[in-house]
Design a protein around this ligand. Structure first.
Ligand code: PEP
Ligand code: MG
Length: 318
């Protein structure tokens, strides 16, 4: 039985009516990458590159970063893609070697790509390392906390500038995280200018519902199943597909079996999940019908509360 399960782990995640979904991993480093391959992961949809920067007294050098991104991508093998998310710190996650002013509202402050654009040397170094590592492996680059097209244009300009400086011509895909409501609402405009989206439902929920994602009293209400969040996910997918771009979900709901039929029905192309859940999510996809998931999604997107959404989705699980 176990051997059968392990063999199945390496088969594609295709629905009963023949629709394939990529099931990839969220990782923090090399060990997670190795483990994801063993469990049938089809690539990495989110490398949280913060792990390279935190808990040290100086910034990681370009060479150190080139080495580690290359090592991780090689651990995935030739046909799996590694999406490296650029440094996502600031506000509540300080770096010892980078003085940051204390902010009253760190989640609404200089975090993610905003911090990188204020400290462009950090970003230039990381972009160069990613481009250099991309020589013989499949790498993509993704920017967190994107809120405006100006930010997209500026980070793309930096990628192009470093590519030219390094004399690199290979096509590294450039994507953004959709985790701010404005970006979800404007998905069509953003989709014209990037190669892919990855929806960060952890932050998208926090910013849509105006509830701190770590708040102990609000934990239950800060629910990605809130119809307000789900409709933003739907807008994001429609906006991307209108321009032929692919969309992943890398927030926590991608790893939640209850949410998977809904995400498939909405049309999400890739689920980036926590490493241990890869086999179960792939197995679940194989039990579903895309056509039925679409009907379910149409119904769920009209519901009024997270409780109603959960009640409707729980009816699918015996
Ligand atoms: C998210 O916000 O959903 C996400 C995947 O990013 P992080 O959890 O690292 O903020
Ligand atoms: Mg996030």
């Amino acid at each position: 039985k176990r051997a059968q399960e392990m063999a199945a782990a390496f088969e594609d995640a295709v629905t009963k009516d023949g629709h394939q979904v990529e099931v990839v991993a969220n990782i923090g480093g090399l060990e997670d990458a190795q483990e994801s391959v063993k469990l049938g992961g089809e690539g990495v949809g989110l490398l949280r590159s913060e792990f390279l920067y935190l808990e040290r007294t100086d910034a990681p050098t370009e060479d150190e970063q080139t080495q580690i991104y290359g090592d991780i991508a090689r651990a995935l093998g030739n046909d799996r893609t590694l999406v490296v998310r650029t440094l996502d710190v600031g506000g509540d996650k300080p770096l010892p070697y980078l003085p940051m002013p204390v902010e009253e509202n760190p989640f609404l402050g200089v975090r993610g790509v905003r911090l990188c654009l204020e400290e462009p040397e950090i970003l230039h170094t990381q972009v160069r390392a990613i481009l250099r590592a991309a020589g013989d492996v499949k790498l993509a680059i993704m920017f967190p906390m994107i809120t405006s097209l100006e930010e997209v244009r500026e980070v793309k300009r930096i990628v192009a500038e470093e590519k030219a400086a390094l004399g690199i011509s290979n096509d590294v895909q450039v994507g953004i995280m959709v985790e701010v409501p404005a970006t979800a609402v404007m998905a069509e405009q953003f989709a014209r200018e990037v190669d892919f989206f990855s929806i960060g439902t952890n932050d998208l929920t926090q910013y849509t519902l105006a509830m701190d994602r770590g708040h102990p009293k609000l934990a239950k209400q800060a629910d990605a199943m809130h119809p307000g969040v789900l409709n933003l996910i739907n807008m994001t997918v429609k906006g991307a597909h209108a321009h032929g771009k692919w969309v992943g979900v890398c927030g926590g709901i991608a790893s939640d079996p209850m949410a998977v039929p809904l995400l498939l029905g909405i049309g999400v192309d890739e689920l980036s999940v926590s490493v241990p859940t890869i086999p179960a999510i792939k197995a679940l996809v194989r039990t579903l019908s895309k056509a039925e998931c679409e009907k379910l999604a149409a119904e769920v997107l009209q519901l009024g509360t997270a409780a109603e959404v959960r009640e409707r989705l729980s009816r699918l699980i015996d």
